[in-house]
Design a protein around this ligand. Structure first.
Ligand code: 5GP
Ligand code: ZN
Length: 112
C-alpha cells in the first residue's frame, strides 16, 4: 500500500519514536508546529476520522487511552491540544488517521 504512515509503521521510512506497541505508534512530526508535536497513529490503516466505524473504533479508543502516557513520554507537563484533520477542507495531507498532540508551550487560544 502506498501510504506514508503505513511505511513509517513498517519501518520502511524512519521516524523518531515516542511510543510503540502492537496497536499504535507515536512519533515526532517532521515539521513541528509547537515546541512538542507528536503524531499518534493506529497500526491498522484507517483513512481518516471520517472512516471510523464499529469495526475499527476500538483502535481509536485505545489511542485515547494511551495519549496521557504518550504526552508524558514526550515531555509534555502542562496540557496539550489534540487535532485530527479529516478530508480536503481540513487540509489533511496524509490519508492515514493520525492525531496531532501539540504542547510544550502556551498554544494560541483559537485556530482556524
Ligand atoms: P495532516 O496535514 O495530514 O493533518 O498532518 C500530516 C503531518 O504529517 C504533518 O504535520 C507533517 O508535518 C507530518 N509528516 C509528513 N511527512 C512526514 C514524515 O515523513 N515523517 C514525520 N515524522 N512526519 C511527517
Ligand atoms: Zn496507512
Amino acid at each position: 500500500m502506498d501510504c506514508l504512515f503505513c511505511k513509517i509503521v513498517d519501518g520502511q521510512i524512519p521516524s523518531k519514536k515516542v511510543y510503540e506497541d502492537e496497536r499504535i505508534l507515536a512519533f515526532y512530526d517532521i515539521n513541528p508546529e509547537a515546541n512538542i508535536h507528536v503524531l499518534v497513529v493506529p497500526k491498522l490503516h484507517i483513512d481518516s476520522a471520517n472512516d471510523i466505524n464499529k469495526e475499527n473504533s476500538k483502535e481509536v479508543a485505545y489511542i485515547f487511552e494511551k495519549i496521557p502516557e504518550i504526552a508524558a513520554l514526550a515531555g509534555i507537563t502542562n496540557g496539550y491540544r489534540i487535532i485530527t484533520n479529516s478530508g480536503p477542507d481540513s487540509c489533511q495531507s496524509v490519508m492515514h488517521l493520525h492525531f496531532h498532540i501539540l504542547g510544550g508551550e502556551k498554544l494560541p487560544e483559537h485556530i482556524r
